[in-house]
Design a protein. Structure first.
Length: 359
């Protein structure tokens, strides 16, 4: 049984993105859950190849939480993508009495060449694939003690108590629960951030696959458009957000400059080429899962993250992958005001999931 927390104990979900830090705090409501407070703050300027969060960012986050009506200082974080260790393994049947968790730890350590006692691990059973024997199929995820302690120390030294570290895929899957009630097949969740995109696949309420995609982040695409069209990066970003894959040849006023019809066509071509690469990367795991679970149809793709609302992207994914695509905004995931949904939209999904963390 899940232990319900009093409203005063609600944790703050903190999603550290490549460019912004998003935070959300929830409360119980008649319809399930309600967003009590939300915030987004830009990260401090740094080397774009350095994904680490720095002390200055945490200090600013602490101040923003206090100013924006968040209660308490208990936060839940997602394990950074570059610190996450994962593996899928076939182990003896649970009925055999074999120590499944211990075997999973040993196998994960072997796969990644780590000391079995050097990391904190979670594991869960996967639905048995077609034509499988009596084996137990397990997915395990872990973070080294050194990496976890460094992250905890960084936040706790600034007065924020870290209640838990969670796997990104689990948090975003839980956030998307309200838009998955009517789904019985396989679900894909595509989280498009600034630096990268994450793909999680769910079957029978379990995360059965997670992958960091090489293409899909907004930042690299903005840089590509700026180079190809000889635009300032800020104008290229604004053009992508406003026109995206739906851009036509019409002259488009953007920010403090103009995008010519020729540049608009080039920008649209760059965006299509880029996301075609994302789609190609997605085909491999989708095909793999179709082979593993041939009786379960790929039923829906949920889009979240800052890039989910790029015009035309959801339609292209639907057409190319032949799947229903839905963008999950904040109001789809929890009760909130129209203004909050408009401001944050699908970018708040991971923070909402982290905010529903229970011990």
């Amino acid at each position: 049984m899940i232990r319900m927390m009093r409203a005063s104990q609600a944790p703050i979900g903190v999603d550290v993105g490549g460019r912004h830090i998003k935070a959300a705090q929830l409360a119980r409501a008649s319809g399930g859950r309600r967003i009590e407070a939300a915030a987004s703050l830009p990260r401090s300027p740094r080397d774009p190849d350095d994904p680490r969060i720095h002390r200055e960012d945490v200090r600013r986050l602490r101040d923003v939480l206090a100013a924006r009506g968040f209660r308490g200082r208990r936060v839940v974080l997602a394990i950074p993508a570059d610190k996450l260790i994962t593996g899928i393994m076939e182990l003896p049947p649970r009925g055999s009495g074999a120590p499944i968790e211990q075997l999973a730890r040993s196998e994960l350590a072997r796969m990644h060449r780590h000391d079995p006692q050097s990391f904190e691990m979670a594991c869960w059973d996967l639905p048995s694939p077609a034509r499988a024997g009596e084996a137990t199929y397990v997915m395990a995820a872990a973070c080294s003690h050194d990496d976890a302690n460094a992250l905890l120390d960084l936040f706790e030294n600034e007065g924020l108590a870290v209640k838990g570290l969670e796997i990104h895929a689990s948090a975003v899957a839980r956030a998307c629960g309200p838009v998955l009630d009517d789904v019985s097949g396989i679900v894909a969740i595509l989280d498009i951030g600034w630096n990268l995109a994450n793909l999680a696949l769910l079957h029978q309420d379990a995360v059965v696959y997670e992958r960091k995609l090489g293409k899909g982040g907004i930042g690299p695409l903005v840089s590509a458009i700026a180079r190809r069209c000889e635009l300032d990066a800020a104008i290229a970003e604004r053009f992508l957000i406003e026109k995206g894959l739906d851009a036509d040849g019409a002259d488009s006023a953007v920010t403090n400059g103009k995008v010519t019809p020729e540049a608009a066509q080039l920008a649209r071509g760059a965006a299509i080429d880029y996301f075609n690469g994302t789609i190609d990367e997605m085909r491999i795991p989708l095909s793999y899962l179709a082979n593993q679970y041939p009786d379960a149809a790929m039923e829906r793709l949920i889009m979240v993250g800052g890039g989910a609302r790029i015009p035309g992207l959801s339609d292209r994914l639907a057409d190319e992958l032949d799947i229903e695509v839905r963008i999950a905004g904040a109001a789809d995931l929890a009760e909130c005001t129209d203004d909050l949904d408009k401001e944050y939209g699908p970018a708040l999904a991971t923070a909402i999931g982290l905010a529903t963390f229970t011990e």
